[in-house]
Write a protein that binds this ligand. Structure first.
Ligand code: NDP
Length: 497
C-alpha cells in the first residue's frame, strides 16, 4: 500500500500535478502553496560545487584489522585483530567540474571516513603518494592553473606547465600523473595514499611518524589516452557505472592497509625532509607493515545524502593518530573543515554522512543555522563550561597527545628547489618504470604540453633534464614528432589530454 503524500509540514496533498487556478484556463492563485513549495525546492536542489574534487563516486564498506599495531598506536580502531569498523569512501577527480567525464587524466582523491568508537577518523588522501606543492601558500595558485582560463573559459595547458616549470619539485607528482596511473580504469584499480606524514602515539605516549598506503587488490589497470578518448565518447560516467555494476554483481573491491613507521627522532637524521609532501619514504628504509583489509560492499541508498554531503577533513583524527609538521597538512587541517562550513553549513558534521556512528557527540557549540539535531549536554543548565553539574560533558585528559618538540625560530623559510627534489622522480623514472611505461609517459606528457608556448616547453624540458636527460629527450622528441597545433604564445587553446 502506498504512503500518503504530504507537504514538508506533513499535511496530506490532494494532487501533485494540477495548480490551483481561477477557472480552467488560469491564472494561478498565489495561495497555491504546494506549487510554490515544489518550485522553491527545485531552486534549492544544488549546493556549492566543491572547488576541487567536484566529481566523485562513493561506496560503503568495512575495515577489518589483520595485524596488531598497538605498539605504535592507541587508536581504538586498531585495538585488536579481527576488529571491524564501518567506512564511507569517496573517490574523485581533482580538476573537473561535477559533470566532468570520469576517465580523464587527473589525480584521484581517495577519501575514507572510518566511524570509530572514539570519533570519526578521515583519511583524506589521493591515489598518489606525493603532491605538486609543499607549502599551502602555493595551493590556490596551483588549483587555479588546473581550472579554466578567465578569458577563454578553457582548461589551460599553458598555465599548468608554466606553473610546474616555476615549481620544479612538482615534477615528481607530474611524472605519476602522466604515467599509466594517471587514468585508472576505475577507483578500484588504484592505491590510496595518505600522502602526508601523519603520526601515531601509543598508550605509553611514544610518538611515531607514519605514512598510510591502501594497496589495491584489483591491480593497476589503466586506460591509455586513446582508449580513454574512445570511452568518453561512449560514456562520461564510466566509474559510476563500473562501481554500480560491480556491487550489483556481488563483487566487493578490496585494499590492504599498510603503514610505514619512523621513530620520532629519526626524522632529523635523514637526507630528505620526511614532512615534505613532494617526497615518499623509500620502502627499503621504511618497509610496509600490514594493518588490515578494506572491503567496499554497498552502493549508498542516496548519492546526494551520503556522497555529495560527505565532508572529509584531515582535522578528523582520533586519539592515537595525529598530525605532523608537514606544512601542507597543517593548512589542510584548517582549510578542509572551513570548505565544508561554506559548502554544507555550520553543522555539516551532524549530517548523516558525517555524524559519528560508533561514538557519541557531546560538545558545547551552540545554535546557528540548521541546528536540527539534539546535541544537548543532557542538562539544560550545562550550556557553558566550567560548570557545577556532574552530568555535564568533561574533557578526558587521558587522550592528551604527547608533547612535540618544535624549532623555536619562526621565519618564512625559503623553499628553493634542490638536487634532493629530483632524486625520487629519477628513481621512479629510471628504476621503477619499464621501457614501455617510459615511452607512454613521454607520449602522455607530450600530448598534454603540445599546446604550450615554446618558452614554457623549454622551461619544462629543463626541469625534466634535472630528473634525467633521457626524460627530457624522450618528451621533446614526442612533442616534436606530434602534428603541429595552432597555438599563440600566450593563449591556451586546447584542453590537456
Ligand atoms: P620501490 O621499488 O620499493 O617502490 C616503487 C613503488 O612504485 C611501488 O610502490 C609501486 O607501487 C610504485 N609504482 C609503480 N609504478 C608506478 C607509477 N607509474 N606511478 C607511481 N608509482 C608507481 O622503491 P622506493 O620505495 O625506493 O620508491 C622508488 C620510487 O617509486 C619513488 O621515488 C617514488 O617515485 C615511487 N613510489 C614510491 C612509493 C613509496 O611509498 N616508497 C609509493 C609509490 C611510488 P605498487 O606497490 O602499487 O606496485
Amino acid at each position: 500500500m502506498s504512503q500518503r503524500q504530504t507537504t514538508t509540514a506533513g499535511a496530506p496533498v490532494p494532487t501533485n500535478e494540477t495548480s490551483k487556478t481561477a477557472g480552467p484556463r488560469g491564472p494561478v492563485l498565489l495561495e497555491d502553496y504546494q506549487l510554490i513549495e515544489k518550485l522553491a525546492h527545485q531552486n534549492r536542489e544544488r549546493i556549492p560545487e566543491r572547488t576541487v574534487h567536484a566529481k566523485g563516486w562513493g561506496l560503503q564498506g568495512t575495515f577489518t584489522v589483520t595485524n596488531d599495531i598497538t605498539k605504535y598506536t592507541r587508536a581504538k580502531i586498531f585495538s585488536e585483530v579481527g576488529k571491524k569498523t564501518e567506512v564511507l569512501s569517496r573517490w574523485s577527480t581533482v580538476a573537473g567540474e561535477a559533470g566532468a567525464a570520469d576517465a580523464e587524466r587527473d589525480v584521484r582523491g581517495f577519501s575514507l571516513k572510518f566511524y570509530t568508537e572514539e570519533g570519526n577518523w578521515d583519511m583524506v588522501g589521493n591515489n598518489t603518494p606525493v603532491f605538486f606543492v609543499r607549502d599551502a601558500y602555493k595551493f590556490p595558485d596551483f588549483i587555479r592553473t588546473q581550472k579554466r582560463h578567465p578569458k577563454t573559459n578553457l582548461r589551460s595547458p599553458e598555465a599548468m606547465f608554466d606553473f610546474w616549470a616555476g615549481q620544479p619539485e612538482s615534477v615528481h607528482q607530474v611524472t605519476i600523473l602522466m604515467s599509466d596511473r594517471g587514468i585508472p580504469q576505475n577507483p578500484t584499480h588504484m592505491n590510496g595514499y595518505g600522502s602526508h606524514t601523519f603520526s601515531m602515539w601509543n598508550h605509553e605516549g611514544t610518538r611515531y611518524w607514519v605514512k598510510f598506503h591502501f594497496k589495491t587488490h584489483q591491480g593497476h589497470d589503466y586506460y591509455t589516452n586513446e582508449k580513454a578518448k574512445e570511452l568518453i565518447g561512449q560514456t562520461r560516467e564510466s566509474y559510476q557505472e563500473d562501481l554500480w555494476n560491480m556491487i550489483e554483481a556481488g563483487k566487493h573491491p578490496k585494499w590492504t592497509l599498510k603503514i610505514q613507521v619512523m621513530e620520532e627522532e629519526q626524522a632529523a637524521s635523514l637526507d630528505f625532509n620526511p614532512f615534505d609532501v613532494t617526497k615518499v619514504w623509500p620502502h627499503k628504509d621504511f618497509p610496509l607493515i600490514e594493518v588490515g583489509e578494506l572491503e567496499m560492499h554497498t552502493v549508498p541508498e542516496n548519492y546526494f545524502q551520503l556522497v555529495e554531503n560527505a565532508a572529509y577533513s584531515p582535522s578528523n583524527v582520533v586519539p592515537g593518530i595525529g598530525f605532523s609538521p608537514d606544512k601542507m597538512l597543517q593548512a589542510r587541517v584548517w582549510s578542509y573543515a572551513d570548505a565544508h562550513r561554506y559548502r554544507l553549513g555550520t553543522h555539516y558534521e551532524a549530517l548523516p554522512a558525517n555524524a559519528p556512528k560508533a561514538a557519541s557527540v557531546a560538545h558545547y557549540h551552540k545554535d546557528g543555522a540548521m541546528r536540527f539535531f539534539q546535541n544537548d549536554t543532557g542538562n539544560s543548565n550545562a550550556y557553558y563550561e566550567p560548570n557545577q553539574y556532574e552530568d555535564a560533558p568533561r574533557p578526558d585528559p587521558s587522550v592528551m597527545e604527547p608533547p612535540l618538540k618544535i624549532d623555536p625560530e619562526a621565519y618564512r623559510y625559503p623553499q628553493e628547489t634542490e638536487e634532493v627534489d629530483f632524486v625520487q622522480p629519477r628513481a621512479l623514472y629510471k628504476d621503477v618504470l619499464t621501457d614501455d611505461e617510459r615511452v607512454r609517459l613521454h607520449q602522455n606528457m607530450a600530448g598534454a604540453m603540445a599546446p604550450c608556448s615554446d618558452s614554457v616547453k623549454e622551461r619544462w624540458y629543463a626541469v625534466l633534464e634535472r630528473v634525467h636527460p633521457d626524460y627530457a629527450k624522450g618528451v621533446r622528441e614526442a612533442v616534436e614528432s606530434a602534428p603541429a597545433l595552432p597555438v599563440t604564445d600566450d593563449t591556451p587553446v586546447k584542453a590537456a589530454e
